[in-house]
Design a binder for this molecule. Structure first.
Ligand SMILES: Cc1ncc(COP(=O)(O)O)c(C=O)c1O
Length: 427
C-alpha cells in the first residue's frame, strides 16, 4: 500500500535538525523564542515527571507541565488505559448530535465534584480557550451586556473572545490582530481592591479571573475574590473563575475555589483534565445560566468534536484520580516538601529569596529580571525545565511540576536550583 504520510525523506529525525526546520519553514517565532531561552529541546521519551530529548541523551524534571496539562505525570498509565480500551471497544468520537452515556457520565461527575452545589451543569469542549469563548457568550446572553472585566497581565486564550480577555502586554494579541476593543476592560494590579472597584460599571457582563496572579503565581486573598463576587452581585455581572491551571488538584484541593468562601457563576477547567492524553475542557455553570444559554435556542451551542465520547471517557478517569483524597493529600505533602527545599536553597543564596506556594504552584524570587532569565537557563542546563519567569515584579521563577512528583524528584529540583543559583551568582 502506498501513501504513508509519516515520516517522509524530508522529515528530519535529530533534535537539532527539527529545531532548524521549525526556524526555516514552520513555527519560527515559537522555536526562536525557545532557543533564545536556551531551550534547545525536542521531546522524546517521557514518563511521570521526567522528559528526555529525542536522542534519549538528556533528561529533565518537567517543572512546567505545559501549565498543568501533565498534572498526572507524562503518559499516566490509568488514563492511557481508558483511551486504549475505548479504541479496542470500537469507540470513536461519536456523533455530536446523538446523545451518549459518556457525556452524561462526565457531566454527572462534574456536578458531584463541583466546588459548590450551584455549579450543577456543564458544557464539555476541546480546550479552555473554547470554554472561555463559550463562557463569554453565555455572559453576554445572560446579562444582555457585552463587556468583560479581566486582569491586564492574565491569560485566557489566544482566539475568539478568549483573546479579548487576554490583555497582557507580553502575550496579549488584541492590537496585533486589530481585534475589537470595546468588549474588554482591564485592571492592572492583581489584588488591588480599589482599582477593581474603579473599573467596575453597570455594563460589565462578567469578570474573568484566576485564583492566582497569572504572571507571578501569587495566590488571591480571600478578601479579594470575595470582593470580586460582591461587586459582581452588586452590578448584576457574572463571576467566572478560570481554573484551567489551578484546577484538577493543582493547589492540593480538586479546585482552587474550595480554598475560598466564594460561589462563582462559572468555572473553567482544562489542561490537566486531559491527562495530557486527549484534549478536553469543561465549563461548569449554574443551571439558570445553562437553561437560558444552552436550551432556549435549538442550536444554542454546537461543536462537532467538543464533548466527544473519547474526551469524556478520559476526563472522567482524570477526575476520578485527581479527586481521590489520598492523591490530594500526597500533593499537599510533596508540594510542601518542595516549598521547604526551595526555601532552604534561597536562604543559602545571595541572589534568591523565597517566593509563594499554593500547592503545586511554587516560586523563588531572583534579585532582578535578568537574574531570573539566567536562572531559568541555568536550571535547564541542570536538568530542570521551569514553567516560566514572571514578566512583572516580583520576577519570580515559577515551578509547576506534575503532581506525581515525589521526594526524590524534590531533591533533584532543589539540587539543580542550588547549582543554578551558584552559577548565576558567579556570573
Ligand atoms: C488560565 C488559562 N486559561 C485559559 C487558557 C487557554 O487554554 P488552552 O490553550 O488549553 O486552550 C490557558 C492556557 O495557558 C490558561 O493558562
Amino acid at each position: 500500500m502506498s501513501g504513508s504520510v509519516l515520516p517522509t525523506a524530508t522529515t528530519p529525525s535529530r533534535s537539532s535538525e527539527i529545531l532548524q526546520a521549525f526556524v526555516e519553514r514552520s513555527w519560527k517565532s515559537n522555536a526562536e523564542r525557545q532557543l533564545n531561552k536556551g531551550i534547545d529541546l525536542v521531546i522524546g521519551k517521557r514518563d511521570g515527571y521526567f522528559i528526555w530529548d529525542l536522542e534519549g541523551e538528556r533528561r529533565w524534571v518537567d517543572c512546567g507541565s505545559a501549565g498543568g496539562v501533565h498534572s498526572l505525570g507524562h503518559h499516566p498509565p490509568m488514563v492511557a488505559d481508558v483511551l486504549r480500551k475505548a479504541l479496542d471497544d470500537g469507540r470513536d468520537t461519536g456523533l455530536w448530535s446523538i446523545p451518549n452515556a459518556a457525556y452524561l457520565q462526565l457531566q454527572d461527575l462534574l456536578t458531584r465534584l463541583a466546588p459548590t452545589r450551584s455549579l450543577n451543569r456543564s458544557v464539555i469542549t476541546l480546550a479552555s480557550t473554547v470554554s472561555v469563548d463559550v463562557a463569554t457568550m453565555f455572559a453576554f446572553r445572560f446579562t444582555r451586556r457585552q463587556k468583560m472585566l479581566a486582569y491586564r497581565h492574565g491569560y485566557h486564550g489566544h482566539s475568539g473572545f478568549a483573546a479579548l480577555v487576554t490583555g497582557s502586554h507580553e502575550e496579549g494579541i488584541i492590537d496585533y490582530y486589530n481585534l475589537p476593543k470595546g468588549h474588554s476592560v482591564f485592571f492592572d494590579h492583581y489584588g488591588d481592591l480599589d482599582e477593581l472597584e474603579a473599573r467596575f460599571s453597570d455594563d460589565i457582563a462578567a469578570v474573568i479571573i484566576e485564583a492566582i496572579d497569572y504572571e507571578t503565581f501569587v495566590p488571591a486573598s480571600e478578601a479579594y475574590l470575595k470582593r470580586i463576587q460582591d461587586l459582581c452581585r452588586r452590578h448584576k455581572a457574572l463571576f467566572i473563575l478560570d481554573e484551567t491551571r489551578t484546577g484538577i488538584g493543582r493547589t492540593g484541593k480538586l479546585w482552587a475555589c474550595s480554598h475560598y468562601d466564594i460561589e462563582p457563576d462559572m468555572i473553567i477547567a482544562g489542561k490537566g483534565l486531559s491527562g495530557g492524553i486527549y484534549p478536553v475542557s469543561a465549563l461548569l455553570v449554574r443551571q439558570e445560566i445553562y437553561d437560558v444559554c444552552m436550551n432556549q435556542h435549538k442550536y444554542a451551542y454546537i461543536s462537532s468534536l467538543g464533548g466527544n465520547e473519547m474526551s469524556c471517557l478520559v476526563a472522567s478517569k482524570v477526575l476520578e484520580v485527581a479527586s481521590d483524597p489520598g492523591f490530594l493529600s500526597n500533593v499537599q505533602k510533596v508540594m510542601g516538601s518542595l516549598k521547604v527545599a526551595l526555601d532552604k536553597v534561597c536562604s543559602e543564596s545571595n541572589i534568591l529569596s523565597p517566593g509563594t506556594a499554593f500547592g503545586g504552584l511554587v516560586t523563588v524570587v531572583p534579585r532582578d529580571a535578568e537574574a531570573g532569565r539566567n536562572l531559568s537557563r541555568a536550571l535547564f542546563e541542570q536538568g530542570v525545565l521551569v514553567h516560566s519567569v514572571s514578566e512583572i515584579p516580583p520576577y519570580a521563577v515559577k515551578f509547576l511540576p506534575p503532581l506525581v512528583l515525589d521526594e526524590a524528584g524534590v531533591k533533584l529540583v532543589a539540587e539543580a536550583l542550588k547549582n543554578a543559583a551558584s552559577k548565576v551568582a558567579r556570573s
